[in-house]
Ligand binder design. Structure first.
Ligand code: NDP
Length: 313
């Protein structure tokens, strides 16, 4: 219920900077409206250096909770009263819940990814092998959650090879799951060994290649847009796509555009394809449920996100 704001209205929001392109306010306010809950979700542009003050304000202002996004996800870890095991393992917080003045930090990105995999591709990680392309924050959330869900083996490839080695080492140390790294396929697709791609039951594209530059804060849109269009959205990791196969799941964390070049090519070779909108949806649904204690209206939230993607894509 975003109209009729009163002293009884509960306030949630998102801390990040910049926030112009965040889809969360539209998604969460649609959910509050559909469920008739007297909540509102606001974007709070929190500048670097101001996070500690903003987190204190959650208590002072009596906010029900917030999402945390770039550049604050890691720093938030050190400002809260309690953390979920996922937030600690991933090393980042994306959801804060105000439990009667005690702040609980969680990370719903990985669980959102798993729920999306299950709902949209009927994929259960236990006993399977996954190839993850990328080693940034999102790749880390996915790797940790797959490990917690019983994946048999994780293969990691990243442009900066050292980051792949570090992530692989971290996963084996913390979870005991077998890991392997493989060279980044740069401009020569053949540099990614074909057997690595064939072996993987799940291939996760966790880099920012292929997303509309306007989508997130770590992309940027110069005044007047990009000369010659948004070329990043036309790119994909240069994989030997002909090696994708039926029965394999290709998951792209990028959600704008909804069907990336990576997904188109993997789908053409027979893989089941899933875009990152589902992860965005379910991480938000999980946050909603933590703040309100009610089931999230997932289909309403999905429609709100799709509408945003169409209008901003
Ligand atoms: P980070 O900045 O933490 O990591 C970026 C990753 O992309 C690194 O692995 C980086 O490699 C790689 N990368 C970036 N540009 C290139 C390039 N030109 N060539 C090769 N590799 C490149 O970002 P996040 O991990 O937070 O986000 C990654 C993607 O996941 C984004 O597109 C984001 O929108 C999406 N995402 C989706 C979510 C969802 O809910 N669907 C949630 C969170 C993120 P290197 O280490 O070498 O720099």
């Amino acid at each position: 219920m975003t109209n009729g704001i009163s002293s009884r209205t509960k306030v949630c929001g998102i801390f990040g900077c910049p926030l112009e392109h965040s889809f969360s306010p539209v998604m969460q306010n649609a959910a509050f409206k559909a469920t008739g809950l007297n909540y509102i979700y606001l974007p709070f542009a929190v500048m670097p250096g101001q996070l500690a003050v903003a987190v204190e304000a959650i208590k002072a202002l009596g906010l029900s909770g917030v999402n945390v996004t770039i550049p604050h996800k890691e720093a938030a870890l050190f400002l809260l009263d309690e953390l979920s095991s996922e937030a600690s393992l991933i090393g980042a917080v994306n959801t804060i819940v105000n439990r009667a003045g005690r702040l609980y930090g969680d990370n719903t990105d990985g669980r959102g990814f798993l729920r999306s995999l299950k709902e949209e591709a009927a994929f259960i990680p236990a006993g399977k092998t996954a190839l993850i392309l990328g080693a940034g924050g999102a790749a880390r959330a996915v790797a940790v959650q797959l490990a917690l869900a019983g994946i048999k083996k994780l293969i990691i490839s990243n442009r900066s090879g050292q980051r792949a080695v570090e992530l692989a080492g971290y996963i084996i140390e913390k979870t005991g799951v077998r890991t392997q790294t493989t060279p980044w396929p740069e401009r020569e697709p053949e540099t990614l060994p074909g057997d690595v791609l064939r072996e993987a039951d799940l291939v996760v594209q966790a880099t920012s290649i292929g997303m509309h530059r306007s989508t997130r804060g770590n992309g940027f849109l110069p005044p007047g847009g990009f000369v010659g269009g948004d070329k990043n959205a036309l790119q994909s990791v240069p994989l030997p796509f002909h090696l994708f196969r039926a029965g394999q799941v290709a998951y792209d964390l990028v959600y704008n555009p909804m069907e990336t070049v990576f997904l188109k090519k993997a789908g053409r070779a027979g893989a089941v394809t899933v875009g990152g909108l589902g992860m965005l949806l379910y991480q938000g649904a999980l946050s909603f449920e933590m703040w309100t204690g009610k089931p999230a209206p997932v289909e309403v939230m999905r429609k709100a996100l799709e509408k945003e993607c169409f209008s901003k894509g």
